[in-house]
Design a protein around this ligand. Structure first.
Ligand code: NAP
Ligand code: ZN
Ligand code: ZN
Length: 353
């Protein structure tokens, strides 16, 4: 039998409110999860605002999910009742294309089934995400949360953590490498922490110096305000890789002068407007601009285990569901330190009428 659960949904680009949604009856491969915490990613906000592709309202956002397994289908071998688990941005993919078979399901050639705002071929309806009490997910897209990671800080790792871990690993960041991180928000602060844990020297570029002490405390070696143009001139040709986590369009061409020959700028921020790049800035030192999209399931598990081993956790502000709209307002003003995480136990047992 399907199950009715409380969720917070956007009914328009302007507001989220409590309502009930139906979760499917678990099948033989499914894991049923009581959600304990859900992180708020800026992608939730882009989607709620309808800034990307079409948004289907009502929409329950949330793809940084941590919780406890409450039941399993008869074919489930990976999990048992009571396990601490996570769900990230994907809940399924075709499993047969070249990218899926290589463990890069996020690049599924048929398009992954995203955790929300995607038509799920299995159910024939639009997926609804983690700002809710419960979710049912195929075992192949569920992650195990290591014992050393509390469930509240585990949640943001499922998107913010893997989104920065994957490109840092892909481009071989480790001891002796120097990286830059643009934007000290949810993704940015995880890039600092994971970059340091991998052994790199980390430079932060933030709009102001207001978070400098916090940035240095979490491990950054250098911290600059981007408002001052002399900063980038002074750093000419010093970094191996820059990861741009900014949710708005910024003049990325300016940062290419900071990269060494063959250096890489990885765009993970996803503003809806195009970026402008001057070809000379690419050609003069053969630098590259790439994008990167979360990470595959196998790599997400690797990242969780890495963060558990190295004690790399996000800095969170835990909020009740009733604070979601205010949290969105603060996120739009870059007033987050550094990830909002919704305590799902705060969801009323009966939604307001
Ligand atoms: P966030 O917590 O809101 O952080 C974004 C940061 O960007 C802010 O804290 C701010 O840092 C900086 N910023 C914001 N507006 C700016 C502006 N107008 N000019 C300059 N800097 C500005 O957001 P997030 O959750 O980290 O997500 C960041 C972006 O990554 C979003 O676009 C999101 O959709 C995208 N994303 C992509 C992936 C992927 O797989 N590629 C996954 C998750 C998220 P300072 O205050 O330090 O300046
Ligand atoms: Zn996200
Ligand atoms: Zn595929």
């Amino acid at each position: 039998m399907s199950r009715t659960v409380i969720a917070w949904a956007a009914t328009s680009p302007h507001e989220l409110e409590p309502m009930t949604i139906e979760r499917r009856e678990p099948d033989e491969n499914d894991v049923s999860i009581d959600i304990k915490f859900a992180g708020i990613c800026h992608s939730d906000l882009h989607t709620v605002k309808g800034e990307w592709a079409k948004t289907e309202y009502p929409l329950v956002p949330g793809h940084e999910i941590s919780g406890i397994v409450t039941s399993i289908g008869r074919n489930v071998r990976k999990f048992k009742i009571g396990d601490r688990v996570g769900v990230g941005c994907m809940v399924n993919s075709c499993r047969t294309c070249h990218n899926c078979t290589e463990g890069e399901e996020q690049y599924c050639l048929k398009g992954p089934v995203w955790t929300y705002n995607t038509r799920d071929p299995k159910e024939g309806k639009i997926t609804q995400g983690g700002y809710s009490q419960h979710i049912v997910v195929d075992q192949s897209y569920v992650l195990r949360i290591p014992d050393g990671i509390a469930l509240d800080v585990a949640a943001p790792l499922l998107c913010a953590g893997i989104t920065v871990y994957s490109p840092l690993k892909h481009w071989g960041i480790g001891p002796g490498k120097k990286i830059g991180v643009i934007g000290l928000g949810g993704l940015g602060h995880m890039a600092v922490k994971i970059g340091k844990a991998l052994g790199a020297e980390v430079t932060v570029f933030s709009q102001t110096l207001s978070k400098k002490d916090l940035g240095l405390k979490m491990g950054a070696d250098h911290y600059y305000a981007t408002g001052d143009p002399s900063v980038l001139r002074g750093l000419k040709r010093s970094l191996d890789l820059i990861i741009n986590t900014v949710s708005a369009t910024i003049p990325v061409t300016l940062y290419l002068s900071v990269l060494r020959r063959d250096g890489t700028l990885v765009e993970v921020g996803m503003p809806p407007e195009p970026l402008s790049i001057v070809p000379f800035a690419l050609a003069s030192q053969r630098v590259g601009v790439y994008g990167s999209n979360i990470g595959g399931i196998r790599e997400t598990q690797e990242m969780l285990d890495f963060c558990g081993d190295k004690n790399v956790f996000p800095v969170i502000e835990t909020i009740p569901a009733s604070y979601i709209n205010e949290a969105y307002e603060r996120m739009m003003k870059s007033q987050v330190q550094f990830r909002f995480v919704i305590d799902i136990s705060s969801m009323e047992s009966r939604p307001r009428l």
